[in-house]
Design a protein around this ligand. Sequence first.
Ligand code: 13P
Length: 304
Amino acid sequence: MEQTDLVRAIEELKRTSKAVILAHNYQRPEVQDIADFVGDSLAMAQYAAASEANVILVAGVRFMAETVKILAPQKLVLVPDLNAGCPLADTITAEQVLKLKEVHPRAAVVSYVNTSAEVKAVSDICCTSSNAVRVVRSLPHQGIIFVPDRNLGAFVERRVPEKKVFIWDGFCPTHHLVSAEEVAQMKGLHPRAEVVVHPECVPEVQALADFIGSTSQIIGHIADSEKDEFIVGTEEGVMHALRKVAPNKQLYLASPKMVCPNMKKNTLEKVYAALLSRQPQIDLPGEIIDRARRALRAMLEVKP
Ligand code: 13P
């Protein structure tokens, strides 16, 4: 099918099946453009918690669709490709979290949403890159077990020095593709540009940044800034939204290597096929949903 026919067919299926499409900022441009909502992990979770749609198709990676299912278990949650996983989420299991709890029994477990539903089920509270510092500050605990991203963990540790943070050693392979040398080289080429990066980047890259935030925070910061040149250190999908909100600004991706192969597994063809067949669906055990929802709800209750 031609792209315009595919878009029309998807719009028709959305209407007839009362479905909404929720897309992450890293999705392909054409997938972002047919979505009812595009945002970062926190905004996607908030949208899912409030949505009245019967069917939600989540164009992102698997943990994002699981988060939607946990927050809205009565809804049909579809994904374009069940193999769109997150290697960072795969670095830790629920058993490993339970072992950490044995070692640090008085510490609270804060799990980044980039985790499986089983890991969320054994966590006290979840966080995303946009609220991790706020979530950790909100807890009465002095000790924090932070899983699984070591760079976001170190970012939190620097901003909340009064707490003892025990950090898991996971990382996002896509954000690890940009080095401090590469960012310094880009700064040399564009000396007037501000450097904005995601907290999943290594600490040496974060140290060169003028602004560190989630994907939507990066988009908001650039849109609102009076500056007109930016070096962007996160997955290249954000460039699509950035070109829309800041069409007259000069935007340079920090490294051409910053492409997440899992996020790119979702295509318009797969979105169409999923809506048509109502497959693949996200299905989770009820007991895991109930326990994981406590941790997600606790996060959503933290005041902005
Ligand atoms: P955001 O919450 O910033 O959109 O990040 C999601 C993610 O998985 C980053 O790699």
